[in-house]
Design a protein around this ligand. Structure first.
Ligand code: SF4
Length: 672
């Protein structure tokens, strides 16, 4: 037997940590993945799901060859065909659609959290621009936070993980680092050991009680009133940093004018927590320096999402918490390093209609002009992840819709495709992966040859471009050339192509060390000020709009779990869906532990067993994000209950505006 090989690479999963990995290869097969010890943030450990990534690599549901549908849509019956036949058919169908309806009848559909610059960006965008395809607003995640961070501070770099240890007060707001940012935990632990006060704002108890000093289990979607009440406390108690606000910000008075109507009692009643707890949070935050807010993505998933994030990001300015190491706020750092695609090629004008991905079900069924006649899905599993799952499925069943899905495993979405293309995993490809939590850019290098005939995105789009007669030079570059050219087109650090080709990681450097907001890094707004009433929020930027619950009194949350990254790993790592609910809500409905229940609203129904837990506050029930249809009793998951309305300022998805009712099912056959 040959000795094991160790291949360095970078994790590409949609996760703030962007770990440096060692992949163990034995006799040509991956047998283990480990966190590198020589990388400061990774520090020798990784999450359980990626440590098992080889189970996905070799899973029986892996797509190994191009496939053509042979049965009804959704049934999952396919025949293997050659790449040549698949690409020719796609190119022919795209040509037909374009000739008949125009290019806008073709819709590219992708997310991209688990991809790098090669697979998500220049090559595919250029391809669809040349086709004249519709553009896609990517709104499943980070649209409200992104707009708020841009609107207030121009995406100023935020506090680095390692600087959390300096904070004397840390508010973790709408984030759960225990499942999706685990490399922050050692820094949180060290901060607490040094005496930091740690508060968590989350409807769910995500930390053991011993690890936090204060937990505010607010009702879903009430983050805005809570933030406004804190702002009101700052003003009414004379804590505002007026000198800072006058010199470094605009718009504080607009925010404060709304905040004045949110005293502690009103906020407490709306948020479903005690006024005393809000007062304590305000007092601790005001007294502590440095004080830090770790703003997550959970609080954006509702119709008040962008306003809530904006109000929260305004708090460090109001309370005077910027300008010190370990102070300010932490959010996405994806803006620190960018790819300047204009250094690679000249992008033609791409001004076609913009369609919002969160409305996929409606878009596929409503009378658009032109209609969506061809759909190309990659880096995405919308049947599991798009709001209004039943509408998405109905849309994908349209016989006149030509659907291509480029995927690693046979997902719920791939089963509806006319053509399925096999995609590589990150263990079989080259990539350049930018972190959005840690300040790193990592090289992804193949540990093993692709299974079957799997190919990366850029190779497929280049091959299709050739068939459609697109002659841009970038479509002729091989993967190594793309890595080299893209490394030279990065801004924010000196991209080192050889480092990326070898699977190494670079860290973005800031003058003066890690960023200190309003000291070593400034808002990237034209006037370098913070804009606390940003234009994108409109005339009444901080108005609160409660969700109409009607006959459905329980708020449904669908948070990230430790089992999946969005829907990735759902093929093997999520055996059975369970509804988490508070024992008091269960008792009121005669539901006992493990009883089979139905969860429903006007959009759909999910059947599964119940888990009674006080980890969930009364009035809230929980189903995990990204679960596959096979994991529930009736083939429907949390997104079947999620409305498709949009957060008004950013177009973001509003999963957490789902309101539901729950009832026990008397017969086991009813549930399973
Ligand atoms: S998913 Fe996150 S924690 Fe897990 S290995 Fe990847 S970067 Fe690290």
């Amino acid at each position: 037997m040959n000795p094991d090989q160790t291949i360095p690479t970078t994790c590409t999963m949609d996760c703030p940590d962007t770990c440096a990995l060692d992949v163990t290869v034995r006799e040509g097969r991956v047998v283990g993945l480990h966190g590198r010890r020589d990388h400061p943030d990774t520090a020798g450990f990784i999450c359980e799901k990626v440590s098992r990534f080889h189970e996905r690599l070799y899973h029986p549901s892996r797509i190994l060859h191009p496939l053509r549908r042979t049965g009804p849509k959704g049934e999952g019956r396919f025949e293997a065909i050659s790449w040549d036949a698949a690409l020719t058919e796609i190119a022919d169908r795209f040509r037909e659609v374009r000739d008949r309806f125009g290019g806008e009848a073709i819709l590219p559909f992708k997310y991209g959290g688990s991809n790098g610059f090669l697979g998500d960006g220049p090559v595919d965008d250029l391809f669809f621009a040349r086709l004249g395809a519709s553009r896609l607003a990517r709104t499943f995640c980070a649209a409200p936070t992104g707009e708020a961070a841009k609107g207030l501070y121009g995406k100023m770099p935020t506090t680095a993980f390692e600087d959390f240890v300096h904070a004397r007060c840390i508010i973790i707001w709408g984030a759960n680092p225990r499942v999706s940012n685990i490399h922050l935990l050692p820094y949180l632990k060290e901060a607490r050991r040094r005496g930091a006060f740690v508060a968590v704002v989350d409807p769910l108890r995500t930390f053991p009680a011993a690890d936090v000093d204060l937990h505010l289990p607010i009702l879903p979607g009430t983050d805005l009133p809570l933030a406004l009440a804190l702002a009101h406390e700052a003003e009414s108690r004379g804590w505002l940093d007026r000198a800072f606000l006058d010199a470094r910000t605009t718009g504080a008075d607009t925010l404060l004018a709304t905040a004045r109507s949110w005293d502690l009692d009103r906020a407490a009643e709306t948020c479903g927590v005690g006024a005393e707890a809000i007062r304590q949070l305000a007092q601790v935050y005001q007294k502590a320096t440095p004080a830090l807010i770790r703003c997550g993505w959970g609080l954006e998933r509702n119709q008040n999402g962008a306003r809530a994030v904006a109000a929260i990001l305004a708090l460090p300015a109001l309370f005077g918490k910027f300008g010190v190491k370990g102070g300010g706020y932490a959010l996405s750092n994806s803006g620190a390093v960018r790819l300047d695609a204009s250094r690679l090629f000249e992008m033609p004008p791409w001004t076609t209609r913009m369609l919002n991905m969160s409305r996929l079900g409606a878009l596929l069924q409503e009378p658009l002009a032109p209609p969506i006649a061809a759909l190309y899905v990659y880096n995405c599993n919308p049947v599991a992840t798009a709001p209004d799952q039943n509408a998405v499925i109905q849309g994908l069943q349209r016989e006149d819709l030509f659907t291509v899905v480029h995927e690693q495993v046979m997902t719920d979405t791939a089963r509806y495709a006319d053509i399925v293309l096999p995609a590589v995993t990150f263990l079989e490809q080259r990539e350049i992966k930018r972190g959005y939590g840690s300040y790193v850019v990592g090289g992804v290098r193949p540990a093993v040859a692709p299974e079957g005939e799997a190919r990366p995105n850029e190779a497929v789009f280049s091959a299709l471009a050739g068939r459609l007669g697109f002659t841009d030079e970038i479509f002729t570059w091989d993967t190594e050339t793309l890595v080299r050219r893209m490394a030279g087109a990065l801004t924010g650090l000196e991209g080192q192509a050889d480092t990326y080709l070898e699977g190494g990681i670079q860290t973005a450097a800031f003058s003066g060390g890690t960023p200190i907001q309003f000291d070593t890094v400034m808002p990237r707004t034209p006037d370098e000020r913070g804009h606390l009433a940003p234009a994108f929020l409109g005339k009444d930027p901080y108005r609160f709009e409660p969700v109409e619950a009607g006959d459905f009194p329980l708020a449904l949350l669908s948070p990230a779990s430790s089992k999946m990254t969005s829907s990735t790993f759902g093929e093997f790592n999520y055996p059975q869906l369970r509804l988490a609910m508070h024992p008091a809500d269960a008792a009121a409905r005669g539901i006992a532990q493990d009883d089979r229940v139905k969860v429903w609203n006007r959009l759909g129904e999910v059947r599964c067993p119940a888990d009674l837990t006080d980890r969930v506050r009364p009035g809230v029930v929980v189903l995990p994000k990204g679960a596959w249809m096979k994991s529930s009793g009736n083939g429907r998951t949390a997104t079947a209950l999620a409305p498709a309305h949009l957060e008004p300022a950013s177009g973001g998805a509003c999963y957490n505006d789902a309101r539901v009712e729950v009832a026990g099912l008397s017969s086991p056959q009813d549930a399973l």
